[in-house]
Structure formats: structure tokens, C-alpha cells
Design a binder for this molecule. Sequence first.
Ligand code: HEM
Length: 124
Amino acid sequence: MAGLGMTEEGLGRLVDAFYARVRADAELGPIFNDAIADWPEHLDKLTAFWSSVMLTSGRYKGQPVPAHLKHRDRITPQLFDRWLALWQATTDEMMAPDVAAALQAKAARIAESLQLAMFFRLGP
Ligand code: HEM
């Protein structure tokens, strides 16, 4: 199987499969399931996010940093490693190899900047 391409359709299917795994994960699942009341809306929002990032569609208008800061008491750097491992596994399985590689590189950079915003602060 060649794998899905970098299209709205491909990204939508990836996002649906990825968050199904996240919800079933023992460590990540409870955080998402407690925070998100409307899953169809969240999946649409995250598809819009990836469409904006990878296809420059401009469909996502949100602020990821404050959204994650709200959950700072529950999110750790180790959970980011877990998130990225699930992202790597899901993209490798579903997407064409070049598409998977691009999605993994982008997620790693975004995870890095989210972690800087969440866990690094200047001064006491
Ligand atoms: C939203 C958890 C990593 C992208 C959220 C929300 C939670 C969450 C609970 C819902 C926030 C709310 O409305 O209350 C996590 C956890 C992560 C993680 C536990 C890793 C340990 C990432 C990464 C990305 C990402 C690496 C991007 C590559 C987003 C986006 C939203 C979101 C775009 C929507 C923000 C908005 O409302 O506009 N995340 N996240 N997250 N997350 Fe994450």
C-alpha cells in the first residue's frame, strides 16, 4: 500500500486514527478525555490545524500555547515523548513515506516549542 498523501482527505483520516489511539492510551487518554467534550469538533479543529501547517490553507485560527498551558498541571515532557511516539507510529502506518517524514519533522518542532512555552521560564 502506497499510503495516504498530503491532502485534506489524508490529513483528516490521519487525525481521526491518531486521536483514537491517543484516547485509548493509558497515559494520554485521561487528559484528553477529561478536557474534550465534543470529539467531532476537536477532530475537525485538529484537521484544520494540520491543513494550515502542511498545506498552508489558513483554516486553523487558534492559539495552541494557551490551550496547553491550561493543562500544565497534568502534562509532562515524558508525555510529549509518548505523544510523538504515537504520532510516528500512526504516520508510518498510514501515510506515504515522504509524507510521514514531513509530518514527523513538523510535529517534533511544534512539540519543542510547546514545551519551551510550558516548562521553561526565566527567573525564579
Ligand atoms: C489541544 C493535550 C501535544 C496540537 C489540546 C487539548 C489537550 C491537549 C488536552 C485541548 C485543550 C482544551 O481546549 O482544553 C496535549 C498533550 C500533548 C499535546 C497531553 C502532549 C503531551 C500536542 C502537539 C501538538 C498539539 C505536539 C501539535 C503538533 C494541539 C492543537 C490543539 C490542541 C492544535 C487545539 C488548540 C485550540 O483549541 O485551538 N491538546 N497536546 N498538541 N493540541 Fe495538544
